[in-house]
Design a protein around this ligand. Structure first.
Ligand code: GRF
Length: 213
């Protein structure tokens, strides 16, 4: 059985800490996989610089350069296929993924969200907005969620969650800072769960080995 081939998508001005955590976990054996490609939406992204400094192949596919979301999707699909991606990880990818990509990789696209979905998700719920909403709600705990990606924001089936208590003096910034290392750990564990559930067939395709995937 070969290593799981992972492609990571980042967008905007993403810093890429989850991306880097996944790359490192593949290299030190915590994930039975390798990050074969990082795709970003702009060439001045810190996340892409970070990927390059880790010697991971990067590509820029800027949605603004396409006439339609469908064409953007076709460009993404072409790259992902060329890279032979088995699994796609969104890591600070704040856009809705084109439908053609979602449909091409059913249950093979993961995302990490910095809250306990299904609460505090959906369009506009990213970055500090999420933590502001958590604090405003008076919730006693928050956390992060790794879920499969479907056709909407943050609604796909949940694979793994980690909880974190909210402290009385927390601000959106302190919550984000305490959560980030937990995000990295959770994403690594979830990707390894996925890797363990997949086996590679002789013809280079992958197929699930446990029913729920
Ligand atoms: C993380 O908080 C993740 O949960 C969310 O976007 C942020 C990306 O951070 N989807 P980083 O670029 O991985 O540091």
């Amino acid at each position: 059985m070969g290593l799981l081939r992972i492609a990571i998508l980042v967008s905007g001005k993403g810093r890429g800490s989850n991306m880097a955590a996944l790359v490192e976990a593949c290299r030190d054996g915590r994930i039975d996989g390798e990050v074969v490609l990082v795709i970003g939406t702009r060439d001045d992204m810190p996340a892409l610089q970070r990927a390059q400094s880790l010697d991971v192949p990067v590509e820029v596919i800027n949605p603004k350069q396409f006439e339609s979301d469908e064409e953007y999707g076709q460009a993404l699909l072409a790259s992902l296929e060329r890279a032979g991606a088995d699994l796609i990880c969104l890591a600070g990818y704040m856009r809705l993924l084109p439908l053609s990509v979602v449909r091409h990789y059913p249950r093979r696209i993961l995302n990490i969200h910095p809250a306990l979905l299904p609460e505090f998700g959906g369009q506009g719920m990213y970055g500090l907005h999420v933590h502001e909403a958590v604090l405003a709600s008076g919730a006693k705990e928050t956390g992060c969620t790794v879920h499969f990606v479907d056709e909407q924001y943050d609604t796909g089936p949940i694979l793994l969650q980690t909880k974190l208590p909210v402290e009385p003096n927390d601000t959106p910034e302190t919550l984000a800072a305490r959560l980030l290392p937990l995000e990295h750990e959770t994403y690594i564990r979830a990707v390894q769960m996925f890797a363990e559930s997949y086996c590679r067939t002789g013809d280079g395709t992958t197929r699930p080995t446990i029913g729920s995937f």
